[in-house]
Design a protein around this ligand. Structure first.
Ligand code: NAP
Length: 302
């Protein structure tokens, strides 16, 4: 299943399954068959990821067969090329396959920390006058440098995409968003599908200690197919035509998470009914929402 791919609007093939925010897991994951590694400058582990990649390449896996993702962090959104260069140096690579805007905002590039600058009162040091479209204009220039094969966005709501697209010379290849049955973000998925922007789903399991593992429809579908709830939650994205990022540092789970299944129409219907019920009851769950104090246009966070 890990060899399944989708086509990006750049013509590149993107694997349907990827490993997220890896530490020492990267070499094991690549040797187990994963071909997409999702990283970011902000995670502070790109040197370790680079070591894992180097180990995998030394074992015979080819660079061109691995899809490497990195992201420009918020303190670099006025210096995207520098952000990319720093990531490449840490990763030990000449190029990444996809470079994303991690969040559509600017944190003070001259603040008191390289990644998480704070004001004297402890709040995050954010430059609220920054326009995210200006970041995208910088991102567009990166493709010609050959340092990234494609560019995209992350954590873009429908509203932010609608602000961006009229100014875009290059349509984002990807929008990486939190996505699972308890946060379907259907309005974003629909717009992205319409515009040819591929969805990469993060936190598909609902992060550590997730309540979704015991959600009734997830358990029912898992029992029906004789798999664990995690397999249902990961396979949900394949049924939606999205790439899914599974994160695990546990070797057995890294392997288990590759065993995805084809959900049938009844399964998809059941999960949709679950999402619809949570939406109606105002019980959608967003697990990742850093305290930026910025309205990103997500309907569950207005
Ligand atoms: N763009 C963004 O802003 C953004 C934000 C957040 C995340 N991400 C990306 O998305 C990736 C995944 O996000 P996430 O870590 O929040 O969430 P996640 O994949 O939903 O959940 C990871 C958690 O689930 C556990 N797990 C993994 N496989 C399991 C299985 N088969 N059964 C039971 N538990 C299992 C992991 O434990 P163990 O590791 O202990 O096995 C870990 O605690 C990240 O690594 C990152 O690459 C992107």
């Amino acid at each position: 299943m890990a060899t399944k791919t989708f086509k990006l609007n750049t013509g590149q093939d993107i694997p349907a399954l990827g490993l997220g925010e890896v530490q020492t897991a990267v070499a094991h994951a690549l040797k187990s068959g994963y071909r997409l590694i999702d990283g970011a400058y902000c995670y502070g582990n790109e040197e370790e990821v680079g070591k894992g990649l180097a180990e995998a390449f030394a074992s015979g896996i080819k660079r061109e067969d691995v899809f490497v993702v990195s992201k420009v962090w918020a303190t670099y959104t006025t210096r995207c090329e520098l952000g990319l260069q720093k990531s490449l140096e840490k990763l030990g690579l000449d190029y990444v396959d996809l470079f994303l805007v991690h969040w559509p905002l600017l944190m003070n590039p001259e603040g008191n920390d390289d990644r998480f600058p704070k004001l004297p009162n402890g709040e995050r040091d954010i430059i609220h006058s920054h326009n995210h479209v200006d970041t995208w204009k910088q991102m567009e220039k990166l493709v010609a440098t050959g340092k990234t094969k494609a560019i995209g966005v992350s954590n873009y709501s429908k509203r932010y995409l609608e602000e961006l697209l009229p100014h875009a010379t290059i349509i984002p290849a990807v929008n990486q968003i939190e996505n699972h049955p308890a946060l379907p973000q259907q309005e974003i998925v629909d717009l992205c599908n319409e515009k040819g922007i591929h969805i990469m789903a993060y936190s598909p399991l609902g992060s550590t200690g997730s309540p979704m593992f015991t959600a009734e429809p997830v358990v029912t579908i898992a029992e029906k197919h004789g798999v664990k709830p995690a397999a249902v939650l990961l396979s949900y994205h394949l049924a939606r035509g999205s790439t899914v990022l599974a994160k695990s540092v546990t070797p057995a789970r890294i392997e288990e998470n590759r065993k995805l299944i084809d959900l049938d129409a009844d399964d998809v219907k059941l999960l949709k009914a679950y999402s619809d019920k949570l939406t109606q009851e105002g019980k959608l769950q967003r697990f990742v929402y850093p305290p930026f104090g910025v309205q990103f246009g997500f309907p569950d966070k207005l």
